[in-house]
Design a binder for this molecule. Structure first.
Ligand code: IVH
Length: 708
């Protein structure tokens, strides 16, 4: 009997496996190759059979089963994970001359007269890193800040052009990077559906408001507006794609028909020599790669590709914002290496931003976190690169003067870096006598305090920082932001409500919130869902006390003290107390800190309110000093390392990992050295000495494996 059971089980397991393979294959033929060989009906039948079998036999669960493509996971938040290699960005150019300079620089560094480049499209979506272990998608992470990103694996599994399992002869561990996007066709379909829904809601409302219902008109209107909001149009395909990856319910992502194209493969152990071949491999393993990839070896060839793409841009069924040119040879890429921000072997040629003309209706003013006043152009709404534009930044009063701007003018608007629209010029031919001069405000639009212009700065400031509401709200927003304490359970709307209802006065009050604090706030009713939401926020706030001192320091929002400066200060002083007691001279000793930053820090600590705030935060458990190191393991106990050359992660980081895993760092090779970790561009002398002393030379990858 037992034997029979085993046999039946084996054959069911085999059937399930076969169905999964078949479905993966047909999925690939349909979505990637666009060449289905079975009908949709047959595909659905296979999927249903598999779904039923998986339900009946949960013991054969497999996280990479095609049934996961329909989503279903409900997360509370995304785990933040570190990229194996930082996700860099690309340097940009808008001209042929700069492209030629890029080519010259690369050839000079490599001492060659000719170079082969791969020309690709620059997809305008959202970057993703995909890691496959033994052919199975194991982790999908958004770009985030380039070093840390969000683990969005469950959402990514719903994208049909991303294989859950690779085909053919793939490496045991490989990373792919690409762009998640939505096709123009799908995007229009979704917005058209929403438009139709809104029309129906409007019709219903008109009928209801004219008939004699028992509902109060004000209530009816409120309901109507809430309904309309639910079906607002999405502003543009890129935001739609990035918003989709941030959804916590993967079944909602599954319905959005996102797409993905791969533009980079990191396979350190292969003997492939070119980027182009890696892309072809990715295609063979089941990915979609762009149909518009060309190898060129001259500036004119590259410009032909660029001009051709730019003139046919509108016929593509997805948004692009330029072309990327990459050195094809992988060994040349290694030699060219990268700066802290971008590789020296690639450049993106961006297309000129689209411009439109519209009327300037009015000017309003925003108050920033530091009290800086930003004038904002209120425009006659108009479509620009697929987004509806109503406002544009005007930076400061000098900018307005330089443009010679008047209210009522026709202005030329463009998208800066394709994100925030900006006014670039005034169409003077359209100016008439009705256009009115702009008189820059003299008092804060929020608290009425008199504005002050800071010496050598173009901005006016509201100095009433402790009382001015938008500044206080913005300080909390900064405090909880990703780079600061990363309290991602709390949103901007909730912060505003907490302030308006006087539940919090400053960042420290966040730590006093309990479930009752949210009672009666919009969106926080008595229902269990609302209680859960409030509890989630409180948990997020509690979690933040684990953040290291450098992040706490950054979160305080001291003017000019950004992320990097906070890190340097934290490392130098070790505690807020030491920093507070330091003189201007001492502050100036810190690397990269000049007069402006040092003076701002002194000013900050001279304000008694700030001292009280710090004490308050400390009493809630926030880290006000560097915590002694917490060991990760003792895997490297007794081993002595020398780290040399440049790496994907910084050398300091490698040394820190050695330290945290019990190893010892030394600067020069000796017979006591256990390993030489060799990066790129390491001196030949060091290598030779290691060989003489018989010291094993290991790569960054080998080293990572030692501590895995
Ligand atoms: S290569 C080291 N190739 O552009 C840089 N990026 O600033 C590797 N992008 O957000 C990027 N199309 O997601 C590369 N064909 C392409 C691309 C591309 C779009 C995006 C990428 C990143 C940004 C780079």
């Amino acid at each position: 009997m037992y034997l029979l059971d085993c046999m039946i089980n084996k054959s069911i397991e085999h059937r399930i496996k076969q169905l999964r393979d078949d479905l993966n294959y047909h999925n690939h033929l349909y979505y990637v190759m666009d060449q289905p060989i079975i009908s949709d009906h047959e595909f659905d039948k296979l999927m249903n059979t598999l779904l039923n079998l998986e339900k009946q036999y949960p013991e054969f669960f497999d996280s990479s089963s095609p049934t996961h493509r329909v989503g279903g996971s409900l997360l509370e938040s995304f785990e933040s994970v570190k990229h194996l290699y930082p996700m860099l960005s690309l340097s940009n150019t808008y001209s042929k001359i700069e492209l030629a300079e890029f080519d010259q620089r690369a050839k000079k560094t490599l001492s060659v007269l000719e170079l082969e480049y791969v020309c690709e499209l620059k997809y305008d979506g959202v970057a993703i890193s995909l890691i496959y272990e033994n052919g199975v998608l194991s982790r999908a992470v958004t770009r985030g800040d380039g070093v840390y990103g969000d683990n969005v694996t469950e959402n990514i599994k719903t994208i049909k052009t991303i294989p859950l399992k690779l085909f053919g002869n793939y490496p045991s561990r490989v990373e792919f990077r690409g762009e998640v996007y939505i096709s123009k066709k799908e995007f229009t379909k979704i917005n058209d559906y929403r438009k139709k829904k809104q029309l129906n809601i409007k019709k219903d409302y008109n009928i209801q408001s004219q008939s004699n219902t028992n509902i109060e008109p004000a209530k009816l209107k409120k309901q109507y507006l809430a309904e309309m909001r639910k079906f607002e149009q999405y502003s543009n395909p890129r935001n739609f794609a990035s918003g989709s990856l941030k959804l916590l319910d993967s079944s909602r992502v599954a319905k959005r028909n996102l797409d993905c194209v791969i533009y980079s493969v990191i396979d350190n152990n292969s003997d492939i020599h070119s980027h182009h071949q890696l892309l072809l491999n990715a295609r063979n393993w089941g990915f979609k790669i762009s149909e518009h990839i060309e190898i060129q070896n001259s500036i004119n060839g590259m410009m032909d590709f660029i001009n051709n793409i730019e003139s046919n841009r509108n016929s593509l069924d997805f948004e692009i914002d330029g072309v990327v040119v990459k050195v094809n040879s992988l060994s040349d890429q290694k030699l060219l290496s990268h700066t802290s921000k971008s590789p020296r072997w690639a450049i993106s040629y961006k297309f000129k931003s689209e411009q439109v003309k519209t009327h300037l209706k009015n000017i309003t003013y925003q108050v920033g976190r530091t009290g800086a006043i930003t004038p904002v152009a209120e425009l006659e709404s108009i479509y620009l690169s697929g987004s509806l534009i109503q406002r544009a930044s005007l930076h400061n009063s000098d900018f307005i003067q330089k443009l010679d701007l008047k209210i009522g003018d026709v202005v030329i608007v463009e998208k800066g870096g394709d994100v925030i629209p900006k006014v670039v010029a005034v169409d003077l031919e359209n100016r008439n006598d009705h256009c009115k001069d702009i008189v820059f405000i003299t008092n804060c639009p929020s608290c009425g305090h008199q504005l002050k212009r800071v010496q050598n700065e173009a901005n006016y400031y509201c100095m009433n920082s402790n009382k001015c509401l938008p500044q206080r709200i913005a300080r909390v927003e900064h405090f909880i932001s990703r780079e600061a304490l990363n309290i991602n359970t709390l949103g901007v709307k909730t912060i505003e409500m907490l302030f308006i209802n006087e539940i919090i006065q400053n960042v420290a009050d966040l730590f006093l919130l309990d479930i009752n604090s949210f009672n009666g706030l919009k969106g926080f009713g008595e229902k269990s869902q609302s209680i859960k939401k409030a509890q989630n926020i409180i948990n997020g706030i509690k979690e933040s006390v684990k953040q290291p001192f450098e992040k706490v320091l950054y979160s305080l929002g001291i003017r000019y003290v950004g992320k990097t400066v906070s890190k340097k200060l934290a490392e130098y002083f070790g505690s807020i107390e030491k920093m507070r007691q330091s003189t201007l001279d001492e502050l100036l000793q810190v690397d990269e800190i000049g007069d402006k930053i040092a003076n701002s820090i002194v000013d900050y600590f001279n304000d008694h309110n700030n001292i009280l705030l710090i004490e308050d935060l400390q009493s809630h458990g926030l880290q006000m000093n560097i915590i002694e190191k917490i060991m990760q393991s003792n895997k490297l106990q007794g081993l002595v390392f020398v780290v040399s050359g440049t790496f994907q992660i910084s050398r300091e980081e490698i040394k820190k990992i050695i330290d945290l895993n019990g190893g010892k760092n030394t600067s020069s090779l000796s017979k006591n050295t256990s390993y030489l970790i060799a990066g790129e561009n390491m001196g030949q002398k060091k290598k030779d000495l290691a060989l003489i002393l018989d010291i094993p030379i290991v790569s960054e990858m080998d080293f990572q494996k030692m501590i895995e």
